[in-house]
Design a protein around this ligand. Structure first.
Ligand code: C2O
Ligand code: CU
Length: 760
């Protein structure tokens, strides 16, 4: 091989096309991609284009780059991942050599080859191809007579498939003995299962099965391999309500009440059992002060309040004040900042609010159980700066959750260790402010400022306000098909204003909001005329058994617009997008650090060697493809059966090799550090992680090499599978602070460490 072929990509391409001798004779046109290094066979953000017989020496690598988005993952309102494509092409001959052609043109198309989207003319070297938002797609490059062709007419020269086309159907594994064999306990005829028939697991053993478990409900319309259905968690089910307590005697849950607290004010907060009805089910849950969500605390920036917390639950617990840069002693992390508050015990918190915005509180002990059962609430911190936000007719605080409900109530938790350790506990009952049917009435023309918090254990939302009823029916019909484009909903434009720890540098318009666990976003919407806007979560889920994407659409609630138009019309100011010089100036102090080499390098990894064999077998598809964000819980059974005993999620300090709680990071107040976080692609089950830093704030500088265009201070960042994210962490607050994944089950499965910040 000639020595000038130094690019590993080229080597890989050449070997696979078998035309090494003649390719790339002109070094000036050599295909080269800085971020797409081999092996490309399992890469999530790169694809290789192979030549046809017409131009055997041509080769190309295409990067699926991060499309500009204020969120860590760019998606359409329907949930299609959106990529900015760049092609590095080499070896294209003069098109005239191939026939009556003058140019090459690139095209993208879903697997059904319809429609074919024109990406534009290309040549040897680097080519920006623009955006593509398709679940599975082909890229084609053809020779054409004119650069203006709108449909492909000329011959195909290069083509390749998106990484998502590699998803493997679990049915491929049906030959594996561990996947197919049903133990005697499972009497179902395994050959009778199709993709749309539920397994007979429930029917064979109604209610509780011999291991004492009630398995989680199946995902509607999807089945799992029979061998997987027989697996049970390697722990006992947790008994939530102590013997002797009559559920009927528990207080009925109440909705959250707003509590305005002055500087120096005190709140009594008690965690305890409540009774609540959802649908036909009478449930036993937990609540703060009998409310779900817990009381909404409204305070002023720079104030300090006191919270007398009492633990009326049978579990050790503590209250963490998420996102606040408060005094470390009151951060509420058992084993790090305090001892767990035992059942019947109490603790007095002193809670300080240095930053305006929306924050939340939740337990930091068996979060997978206690948060799921309803222990969470918001804190709304009013800014000292006047006109911090633009004018609005009303403010609504929405905390989102998903509860896992089976036929016999809430799916049991693991006693000795958390269940759902692989993907986290996806719920099936979406809740807004604890309500299955959240609704808001507004007058036409009203501008509403929404403060959004994701309190679910693992679900990442993609939220939008959409209509109409007719479109609903169309979506139902398409529900099981590969989607060619977005369902034709009308989507209400949203103005994105702020996130975890303050405002963006400038407001911008978005069509949907991507909200990972623990993240917050503040958006404003104007409801123009009478009608009904449905708050929806719309994502592209994967049917793993068949290896296909399908749209998952869930309704969270609705805004009903009726009556006389508002007299206080903010249409004008709502149209404006403000820039915030004070936010820019605050960040300016650190801009000279943006290009620095990382001071620390974290790698996200997974160890899952002792998983049950059928689960291991069924998950091997991840070797070829992992969804950058696992949006939906479409593998409920095997996910449930994996516990924190077999699964260890890992944060590794690359420099020392130390992992999780063994990591020792020491800083001083005033330090500003660059951190590179690599969410390892090549692990047994790559998935996203919302990484949270306690007590500090940070900037997300870039992801996969693409700089963030509009910065905002964060405390939690969504790290898609296989991504590399650059952070700038400001150490402003002394103490011992947790860093962890905010998927509750990943936290339980070890994904955490403590960083220490000393006084200067
Ligand atoms: Cu919501 Cu450790 O945090
Ligand atoms: Cu995680």
């Amino acid at each position: 091989m000639p020595p000038r072929f130094l690019s590993g990509i080229l080597l890989c391409t050449l070997v696979s096309t078998g035309s090494a001798q003649t390719v790339g004779s002109d070094p000036a046109t050599r295909a080269y991609s800085p971020r797409c290094a081999p092996p490309l066979a399992t890469a999530l953000y790169c694809m290789e284009l192979l030549p046809t017989a017409r131009a055997e020496n041509a080769a190309a690598v295409v990067e699926l780059g991060r499309a500009a988005s204020p969120f860590q993952v760019a998606v359409t309102p329907a949930g299609h991942l959106t990529y900015e494509l760049t092609a590095w092409i080499e070896g294209l001959p003069d098109p005239a050599e191939l026939g009556p052609y003058t140019t090459y043109v690139a095209w993208a198309t879903p697997m059904a080859l319809d429609p074919v989207l024109r990406l534009g003319p290309v040549r040897n070297g680097e080519n920006a191809l623009g955006r593509v938002a398709l679940n599975k797609f082909l890229l084609m490059i053809s020779a054409e007579a004119s650069a203006d062709v709108t449909e492909r007419e000329g011959p195909l020269i290069l083509r390749g498939r998106s990484p998502s086309t590699r998803i493997e159907a679990h049915d491929m594994l049906a030959q594996a003995p561990s996947a197919a064999q049903a133990p005697t306990r499972q009497r179902a005829d395994t050959t009778a299962h199709t993709g749309h028939v539920m397994t007979d697991d429930h029917a064979a053993t109604p209610g509780v099965d011999p291991a004492g478990w009630t398995p989680p409900p199946m995902y509607p319309g999807l089945a799992m391999l029979p061998g997987v259905m027989a697996v049970r968690p390697a722990v006992d089910p947790l008994r939530v309500l102590p013997a002797g307590i009559d559920p009927a005697a528990l207080p009925e849950v109440r909705p959250a009440q707003m509590v305005e607290l002055p500087d120096g004010g005190t709140l009594d907060l008690e965690a305890g059992f409540v009774r609540r009805r959802i649908g036909q089910q009478q449930l036993v849950m937990l609540a703060f002060n009998g409310q779900q969500p817990g009381p909404l605390l409204r305070v002023r920036q720079a104030s300090t309040i006191f919270v007398n917390f009492t633990n009326g639950t049978p579990f050790p617990t503590a209250v963490h004040w998420h996102g606040l840069r408060l005094d470390n002693r009151f951060d509420g992390v058992p084993g790090v900042t305090q001892d767990a508050v035992p059942p019947g015990g109490s603790f007095r918190y002193q809670v300080h609010f240095p930053d305006p915005g929306i924050y939340w509180y939740h337990p930091h002990h068996r979060e997978d159980v206690q948060q799921e059962l309803g222990l969470y609430g918001n804190m709304l911190v009013d800014a000292l700066e006047p006109a911090y936000y633009g004018p609005a007719n009303r403010e609504e605080v929405l905390i989102l959750d998903d509860l896992l409900l089976g036929e016999n109530g809430i799916t049991p938790f693991g006693a000795q260790a958390a269940t759902h350790a692989l993907m986290g506990r996806f719920g099936n009952q979406l809740l807004v402010n604890g309500e299955p049917d959240w609704a808001l009435d507004v007058a036409p023309g009203e501008v509403v400022r929404f403060f959004l918090t994701n309190a679910s254990n693992t679900r990442t939302f993609n939220l939008s306000f959409t209509r109409t009823a007719e479109a609903d029916a169309a979506a139902q019909r398409e529900a099981r098909m590969e989607v060619k484009g977005d369902v034709a909903y009308q989507t209400l434009p949203l103005k994105l204003v702020a996130s975890d720890v303050g405002r963006f540098e400038r407001e911008e318009r978005v069509a949907s909001v991507v909200l990972a666990p623990a993240e917050r976003y503040v958006v404003e919407a104007r409801f123009p005329e009478a009608g009904r806007w449905v708050l929806r979560n719309r994502v592209q889920a994967i049917d793993h058994r068949q290896g296909v994407f399908f749209p998952e659409e869930r309704t969270l609630g609705e805004v009903r617009v009726s009556g006389a138009p508002t007299e206080e019309d903010h249409a004008h100011t709502h149209e404006e997008l403000r820039a915030h010089a004070s936010v820019v100036a605050d960040i300016d102090r650190y801009r000279h650090r943006f290009e620095d080499a990382p001071d620390h390098h974290l790698v996200l990894d997974l160890q899952a060697d002792s998983l049950a064999r059928p689960v291991r077998d069924a998950m091997l598809y991840d070797r070829v493809y992992a969804n950058p964000v696992e949006w939906a819980g479409t593998m409920p059974h095997m996910n449930w059966a994996s516990t924190a005993r077999e699964v260890t999620w890992i944060l590794r300090d690359a420099a020392s090799g130390l992992e999780n709680m063994a990591i020792e990071w020491r800083f001083r107040v005033g330090d500003v550090v660059r951190i590179r976080v690599v969410n390892e692609r090549d692990v047994f089950h790559a998935m996203q992680h919302p990484l949270h830093f306690h007590g500090q704030r940070f900037l997300v500088l870039s992801q996969n090499g693409a700089p963030t265009e509009n910065l905002v201070w964060k405390d939690t960042v969504l790290l898609p599978a296989g991504s590399t994210t650059e952070l700038l962490l400001e150490l402003s607050n002394p103490g011992r602070w947790m860093v962890h994944c905010h998927i509750a089950e990943h936290l339980e499965a070890g994904m955490k460490f403590v960083l220490e910040v000393e006084e200067r």
